[in-house]
Design a protein around this ligand. Structure first.
Ligand code: NAD
Length: 248
C-alpha cells in the first residue's frame, strides 16, 4: 500500500492501537502526526521512534476532547505539512461502572474523549479535506458499541455514537471525494484490556471463533488499507475485527 506524500493525524497514538496505526501508516510512506494527552515525553518518544525509521513525524500534546486542544493539533500539523489527508480518530478512555455507581463525571468524560473528540477532529480535518476534494476519516469504534457490555453504558454509548456519526458523515461528504469509515475491534491486547481480570479474558477468548485476543497490528493493517487509494469505493462502513466474536 503506497501512502507516500500523504499526511496522517492519529489521535491517542503514544501507545496501544493508535501507536501501531501510526507506525504502519509511516511504514506505508505517510507523514505522521502522533498525539497524546498527558505526557510530553511519551509523545516525543513515540514521534522519535517513527523518525528513527527514516520517516517524517511530529508529536503534539493536546486534549482532543476540547476545541482548544483540537485547534492546537490541527494548527501544528498544517503549519508543518500544509495539509491533512488522513484522520484516524483513535483516542479513547474507559470509566467502567454499573449504572447505579456511574457518576455524571464518568459519563461526561467518556462521551467527551471518545465521541465529542471525533466530531471536533473530523470537523477540523474537513476544513482542509473539503477544499482538496479528497480525504480519509477512520474512527475506532468497538464491538460493545454494537452489542453493549454490562458496566460500560457510557463507553458503549460513545462507541455506538461513532457508528451513527460515521454513517451520517459519509453521506454528507461523499460527493467531495472523502470517505468516512469506522472499525469496530473486538478485544485487543493493550493497556485497556490488561486491566481486566484473567477469568474475564478467558471468557472473552472463548467467545471468539479463533480462540485468542487480537493485537494492535490487526487493527493497524486494516487502517492502512482503508486509508489507501485501493479503498476508494468503501465509505459509511463499519468493519468488525474481532476474531469471529458474535456477541459478548
Ligand atoms: P490505550 O489506553 O492503550 O490507548 C489510548 C490512547 O488514547 C492513549 O495513547 C491515550 O493517551 C490517548 N488518550 C486518552 N485520552 C485522550 C485525550 N483526551 N486526548 C488525546 N488522547 C487521549 O487504549 P487502546 O486499547 O489502544 O485503545 C485505542 C482505541 O481503540 C480506543 O478508542 C478504544 O476505545 C478502542 N478499542 C480498544 C479495544 C481493546 O480491546 N483494546 C477494543 C475496541 C476498541
Amino acid at each position: 500500500m503506497d501512502l507516500n506524500g500523504k499526511v496522517a493525524i492519529i489521535t491517542g497514538s503514544t501507545r496501544g492501537i493508535g501507536n501501531a496505526i501510526a507506525n504502519r501508516l509511516a511504514e506505508a510512506g505517510a507523514m505522521i502526526v502522533v498525539k497524546g494527552v498527558s505526557d510530553a515525553i511519551r509523545v516525543e518518544n513515540a514521534a522519535e521512534a517513527i523518525r528513527s525509521t527514516g520517516r517524517d513525524c511530529i508529536g503534539v500534546l493536546a486534549d482532543v476532547g476540547t476545541a482548544d486542544g483540537v485547534h492546537k493539533l490541527f494548527d501544528t500539523a498544517v503549519q508543518k505539512y500544509g495539509k491533512i489527508d488522513i484522520l484516524v480518530n483513535n483516542a479513547g478512555i474507559i470509566r467502567d461502572h454499573g449504572i447505579m455507581r456511574m457518576s455524571e463525571e464518568d459519563w461526561d468524560s467518556v462521551i467527551r474523549v471518545n465521541l465529542k473528540s471525533v466530531f471536533l477532529c473530523s470537523k477540523a480535518a474537513l476544513k482542509y479535506m473539503l477544499k482538496q476534494r479528497s480525504g480519509r476519516i477512520i474512527s475506532i469504534s468497538s464491538i460493545v458499541g454494537i452489542y453493549g457490555n454490562a458496566g460500560q453504558s457510557n463507553y458503549s454509548a460513545s462507541k455506538a455514537g461513532i457508528i451513527a456519526f460515521t454513517r451520517t458523515l459519509s453521506k454528507e461528504v461523499g460527493a467531495r471525494g472523502i470517505t468516512v469509515d469506522a472499525i469496530a475491534p473486538g478485544f485487543i491486547d493493550t493497556n485497556m484490556t490488561r486491566q481486566l481480570e484473567e477469568k474475564w479474558i478467558e471468557y472473552l477468548k472463548s467467545r471468539t471463533s479463533l480462540g485468542f485476543l487480537g493485537m494492535p497490528e490487526d487493527i493497524a493493517e486494516a487502517v492502512v488499507f482503508l486509508a489507501s487509494d485501493k479503498a476508494g469505493y468503501i465509505t459509511g462502513n463499519i468493519l468488525g475485527i474481532n476474531g469471529g466474536m458474535g456477541g459478548i
